[in-house]
Design a protein around this ligand. Structure first.
Ligand code: FES
Ligand code: FES
Length: 237
């Protein structure tokens, strides 16, 4: 039911009330604004020097690098190094040991181009601090061949044309090398659980795709990579 129309007198009263309410609202907002502004300016005046001081301290601390002595065992050779504690294994290999086979793709653990083996297990060297690998056995793409004899995986990649630009290839080969070992030891993947074959997972194409999914190939050489891994498994059986 709609409200009955007001008389001119009532209408005038109503307008006056509305305008009074508006001015109270405005007054409250004005007071709130002034109060907030004075709190903020007091914070800025008193807080700024402390923030600047803290920032200066932080800059001083970060500009004086802390170093650490490590011995990296790379491809069977001991490499003593003194490194900034923040040096990643990837940077230690590439910048300090000149082993540029391991590639820096994303530097964020997302592409697998930097994959190397630590004690036979694949890791993203861009996400691993060199200090963590102290004393461990590190294998890079440079250490997989035996002199001029390529490993089964390297040979299979060549024979199956499993690369185009080759940028992801060292990481793919290191990853596939560890994959074959993991599979031999009965390690399971998501696909093994999907197929329910947990006792002895077969290296099907789906298993290979799942187990190689941490290695991205921007050239999309995936079908040939899968074929190469399958062939390497046969060759090393
Ligand atoms: S460079 Fe390490 S995962 Fe991409
Ligand atoms: S071959 Fe080019 S990124 Fe893989």
């Amino acid at each position: 039911m709609s409200a009955p129309p007001c008389s001119p007198l009532e209408e005038e009263e109503l307008l006056e009330n509305e305008s009074a309410t508006e001015s109270v609202d405005l007054e409250i907002s004005r007071r709130t604004f002034v109060k907030a502004a004075s709190i903020l300016s007091a914070g800025v005046i008193t807080g700024m020097p402390r923030i600047a001081e803290a920032e200066a301290e932080r800059m001083a601390a970060t500009s004086t690098p802390q170093t650490i002595s490590v011995t990296l065992r790379v491809n069977g050779k001991s490499e003593p190094l003194t490194l900034d504690t923040r040096t990643t294994l990837l940077d230690a290999l590439r910048e300090h040991l000149d082993l540029t086979g391991s590639k820096k793709g994303c530097d964020h653990g997302q592409c697998g181009a930097c994959t190397v083996l630590i004690d036979g297990r694949r890791v993203n060297s861009c996400l691993t601090l060199a200090a963590v690998a102290d004393g461990a056995e590190i294998t890079t793409i440079e250490g997989l061949a035996n002199g001029d004899d390529l490993s089964a995986v390297q040979q299979a990649f060549l024979e199956h044309d499993a690369f185009q630009c080759g940028y992801c290839t060292p990481g793919q080969i290191c990853s596939a090398t560890a994959l074959l070992d993991e599979q031999k030891h009965g390690a399971l993947s998501t696909v093994s659980f999907e197929t329910g074959n947990l006792a002895s997972p077969q290296l099907t194409d789906n298993e290979i795709r799942e187990r190689m999914s941490g290695n991205i190939c921007r050239c999309a050489a995936y079908p040939n990579i899968v074929a190469a891994v399958r062939a390497a498994e046969r060759a090393s059986a």
